[in-house]
Design a protein. Sequence first.
Lengths: 306, 707
Amino acid sequence: MATVNARRSARGARFLDPAVLARIGSLELLAKSVVDGFLTGLHRSPYLGFSTDFAEHRAYMPGDDVRRIDWRLFARTDRHYIKLFEAETNANFVVLLDSSRSMDYGSHEVTKLDYARYLAACLGYLSNKQRDRVGLVTFDHELVEYLPPSLRPIDTMLHLLDAVDAGRPGRLGPPLMRATELLGRKGIVALLSDLYEEPDAVLEAVGPLRARGHDVIVFQLLDPMELTFSFEGASGFEDLETGEQIPVVPERLRPAYRRLMDEHLATVAKRFSDNRIDYALLDTSKPLDDALFRYLLARERMRSSR
Amino acid sequence: MSFLVPLFLLGLAGVAVPIVIHLTKRQRKNVVRFPSLMFLEKIPYQEQRRRRVQHWFLLLLRAIALALLVFAFARPFMDRSDLVAGTTSGPREVVVLVDRSYSMEVEDRMEAARTEAMRVFDQLGPLDRASLVAFDRSATVLVRSTADRGRLRSALDTLRSGSDVTRFSPALRVAQTILEESELSAGAVYLLTDFQRTGWAGDEGVRLPTSAEFIPVALGTAAPENIQVSGVSLPRSVDGGRERITPTARLVRRGGDGRVEVPVTLEIDGQPVQTVQVGLDGDGATAVTFQPVTVSRPHTRGSVRIPPDAVPADDERHFVVSPGSALTVRVVGAPGGGPDPNLYLQRALGISSDGRFRVTTRRGNGLVAADTEGVDVLVLNDVRIDGSAAERLRAFVDGGGGVLVAMGENAAWPASAQDLLPGTPGAARDHDTGRGSRLGHLAYEHPVFEVFSGPRSGDFGGARFFRARDVTPSDSADVLARFDDGSVALAEFVTGRGRVMLWTTTLDAYWNDLALQPVYLPFTHRIAEHLAGRTEATPSFTVGQVIDLADERALEAAGLVAGAGEGLQEGAEQVALTPSGEGVRIPEGAEARFLSLDQRGFYTIRPPGGIADRPFTLAVNVDVEESGLETIDPEDVVLQVRAAAGGSMGSGADGAQALRREDQERRQSLWRWILAAALGLLILETVLSNRASRSTTLASPGTGSLG
């Protein structure tokens, strides 16, 4: 893969595959405007702020800035109303990247972690280009790296992405809780993980982000072998995170595995949907741009259906 | 545990093959590193775990079965000799050889032998085994290879001295066999005997295993003084028509000093009839002649006794005599009025002290009924025989009669009966060279001439033969005498049960002067006895001899009087009563019926349940050779046995050990059980694997197995 080859020659810039970004760029503004409506450029900020676009009035509450009182309306109604505007501002975009050992798996050239890097870089670049504040959180069973959202060039983020190492077992709950605490300002949070936990545990981990008002997009990254379990021959299967090993004859187990995996994916999708969390399953064998494109199309369909 | 073919144990490496393959397979098997096993672990795999255990079990079964096969081929056995070697005094195979010859009666040597044997048995270890062998001329295993001292003691208590002579080699060979077949590695041979010189002839090829100890135990000290009755002769005479014997006993004194007076008693039918006192010097001998005794009844028992001394067995000599029966000789002479051609022959046969021939004569050609009826021997002295006479003669010969044909001028023989003669007679021929012919060749090995074979035993060279008939002998004839020109003088031919002899010249002094020679009388007597088939009855036998009761001639030689042995010659069942009173059944039959004479005294043979007045009786005496009590140094026997073994005590050990190992393995045959166990395991493995395979098919959610 070209990006993989570029990795060694141009650290920090290897994710910026022009071909990929060209396709993403054509959809980017539309996508973000559909998602949030608070855009600088294509983004729409979920925040209500000072802007020229009037949104609504509300009754003055003690403590409000008196400069925001609509004196004209006071003149007509003799009441104090605060004039609220839809602020057109830069959004916070934070990528939560799962760097647990289970992400270091790939049945082909690209591991899930690689794929997550590419995706995070693309999203970050896209957001940065739209002058969003881009941040990065890597975690396994705890928070590993935290790059606060900023408008600075995303070199730092790309550097951190490059340095991510999947070496430890992972959990979703504790690190996401910590991230929730760190991410004070609402924004877009993209979670890139394989979500190898029970659906309830996943939702329990992601739920606080959503509760804090973040617009959460969950990308579940799975290798095609994880989806199809098309192994051949009796083998010992070793858990990447725990090291546990069990004997497996894949031919015999495949139906049951697929059934369980499908049930798991369906449950996860349903739980996210029920909690208004965007969710997309990404096959790491599929092209990256294709995955983004499919996701953005899905967001667009969701917007249309609203 | 030892192995006869340990090289097969290399096959145990084969057991490792499936395990190595399994381990190699495990090492090379794909270990798939998978992100998470959370889904796989949700799939039940209890079934799979249990099957893994089963498969390990099957693998174990296969490995054990293969190992058992290897063990079976290696021929395992429990090597007891190794156990023996590991102990300080390992079990031994002890063989005790006890002399039971009659010389062991001397000075209670048998009791001493029993004591020594008991001492040996008492010293046996708990794992030792012992054999008891009694021997004289032959060896008898009384108890073989047992640790049961009670049996040994019982056998020892029943041991008695016998009547036979000592021979060491049969006993030592028996000991050699016992030791070689023993599973024990150590052995000992105790030879308990008086070591008579006559019992050992030197190197007799005895090969005792060199790992065995040979311990001679000499019983008795110096040779004691002994007087023996070494023999009895029984010359017969006829006095006043009564047949009498004059027993003459020979006494020998071995050792002793000075002259001793010995009363010698003659017993007839168990009753002492005469006692003669004789004086005997040290190492001297003498003969005792008793008064003649009339023998009027068949199978008369007689014994010559002296008072018992150191060796009682040789202090008596038994014999059996019966009245002799005269042979009927019929002499038919040529007719005519001249001198009686039968004169010389009749006179010669009439001269005997015991009247053994009853001679009748007739002159005339041809044969009449009286010439063959009740006749033992028929002499045709220059007689013409026609066809009818020849047929009568053939019947006589086939019935067992003997015929002497003397051919002179008158004799003629029909061509149809040429097969009755030992040759074809031709014309008479004068032996006119010089002063006539002489007998140039005599068959001295023949019974007729046997008595003349010794020096000064009769001279046929003085007889001159002037004329004789030429005879061409037939192929089946034996020429017993030839003239010095090579022509036949006497020829014999056996036909049927009888014999025909042809004398090619006359029996009187007409054609020769043999009738005038001293040898004429014994010559004619021998011919008549030979033609009658008469043999001298044996008055006594020696211990160790065997008589065939089915052999008519042997019975006759043994002194059986015709008509006295009821049913014996007809092959009827008989019972022999031994001198010790033991009955020996002699089964019915015409085949050989042997009776072993192993006791001294009188054997009587009679039909079972029958009470014969004078039953057939055999007298049996000891071999006086055993009375020579001179001894040899026991070390001579030891050295010669070792010399016979090649002088290297270890040379045969390996072979004997190997033999024992093979023998142990063959007896134990552990390989059969191990092979059966291996087959059983393989069958069990097949059943289990089939069951496991079936359950795998049914249990679809099961995961795979590494076993």
